[in-house]
Design a protein around this ligand. Structure first.
Ligand SMILES: Nc1ncnc2c1ncn2[C@@H]1O[C@H](COP(=O)(O)OP(=O)(O)OP(=O)(O)O)[C@@H](O)[C@H]1O
Ligand SMILES: [Mg+2]
Length: 365
């Protein structure tokens, strides 16, 4: 196994993950919908792409929508189009099926969607995927990677189409993957009786950081495959600092091959920058710098009542319980904070390190 700087594409490229891979393959065979959840850089995309390699698959990457405040139906169609362009060169038949959908033009491996009123309906596109699966004698798979970004979709409700697919399309499995579990739930509204998807069962697969011994072995094997054997101490330090998150271990491993002395520092710096930039997007989207103060407080562990007391003192005026709850809940739903007992802490050590110096644009004084 070599260190890679891109997601794995085939099962053979994965280090470990047998359990997750087996569970995912079973779910893809039997279930109409699957959730795959895990923190940033933990290896979700690799697991998903490797598991669905060679299947009738359309892979939508909604990460590109992360920086948007709002997402339109046209944006969703564009993301879908990207997924179809990856498949059509290999599967002409899917092109023929799509060409029968109103609002879709297919020319060779190119697919075009009409805009505005003539745009194709999501239901019709999902039906085309279902028919493709049926003809191939398997379930087609639609992966919506970073699906939580679709919570920002305005102007059209796609949940009815997703619920229709769940109930009626027997040859289609939809995988919803995301690094912000709370937001993913907010998007799908599985527990909301008013939601079209209410009560639908979705198999959930959690992708977790490697435990310590596995993280050490991952680094050892990666270095061995590259023909080097660095100091045990360097490996130990890296695993201590990077917490078993394979994306950061890979980043470190690749750099350590040429610059062992500075690799860990570079990787930590990179992780901090990513964490800070994500957090600032969130702060800007939410429109209040209160999140920075609350997150700094949570970095050392804080209860709901600590948050309330701290903000009241900081701002010199009372803050309502509802406001405190909203701040805390958003931090959890967006994956920045986690609750253990009644104490909130920050999930990502890189964010903890970045927070004391973090400066977000448009930050209020
Ligand atoms: N099981 C694995 N074995 C070896 N390398 C892996 C494994 N999983 C992930 N990686 C490596 O870790 C890095 C991050 O993986 P990946 O992009 O799959 O994670 P992710 O959770 O989708 O990240 P993000 O949150 O940024 O989307 C990649 O360089 C990939 O090659
Ligand atoms: Mg990913």
């Amino acid at each position: 196994m070599l260190f890679m700087d891109r997601p794995a594409e085939r099962p053979g490229e994965l280090f470990d993950r047998e359990g997750e891979l087996g569970a995912l393959l079973r779910a893809l065979r039997d279930r109409a919908a699957v959730l795959v959840v895990g923190m940033r850089r933990v290896g979700k995309t690799s697991l998903l792409r490797a598991a669905t390699h060679g299947m009738s698959r359309a892979y939508v990457d909604a990460r590109a929508l992360e920086e948007r405040r709002h997402v339109s139906y046209a944006d969703l169609l564009e993301a879908l189009r990207g997924a179809l362009r990856e498949v059509l060169p290999l599967h002409r038949r899917l092109g023929e099926l799509l060409a029968t959908v109103r609002g879709v033009q297919v020319a060779g491996v190119e697919v075009r969607f009409q805009q505005g009123r003539g745009a194709p309906r999501l239901v019709d596109l999902l039906e085309a995927l279902d028919r493709w699966g049926e003809e191939r004698g398997e379930r087609a798979v639609l992966v919506l990677d970073e699906a939580q970004e679709l919570v920002k979709l305005r102007g059209r409700d796609i949940l009815p189409a997703l619920a229709y697919a769940y109930d009626n399309l027997r040859h289609l499995t939809i995988v919803y993957s995301g690094s912000k579990a709370g937001l993913l739930h907010r998007f799908l509204r599985l527990d909301d009786p008013e939601s079209p998807l209410f009560g639908r069962y979705m198999e959930r697969i959690d992708v977790a950081p490697f435990p310590r011994e596995l993280a050490v072995r991952y680094l050892e094997e990666g270095f061995a495959a590259a023909g080097t054997r660095p100091d045990r101490r360097l490996i130990e330090d890296a695993v201590d600092a990077l917490d078993g998150v394979v994306g950061w271990l890979a980043h470190f491993g690749l750099r350590a091959l040429s610059r062992p002395d500075t690799a860990l520092e570079e990787t930590l710096h990179h992780a901090e920058r990513l964490a800070a930039s994500e957090f600032c997007h969130f702060v800007e989207a939410m429109g209040t710098h209160r999140y920075i103060h609350v997150a700094r407080l949570m970095a050392a562990g804080a209860r709901w009542s600590d948050v309330k007391r701290y903000l009241t003192a900081l701002e010199g005026r009372p803050i309502t319980d509802g406001e405190v709850t909203k701040l805390v809940r958003n931090l959890v739903d967006y994956g920045f904070a986690e609750k253990k007992g009644d104490v909130y802490t920050l999930a990502d050590p890189a964010l903890r390190r970045a927070l004391p110096r973090i400066k977000c644009r448009h930050q209020e004084p």
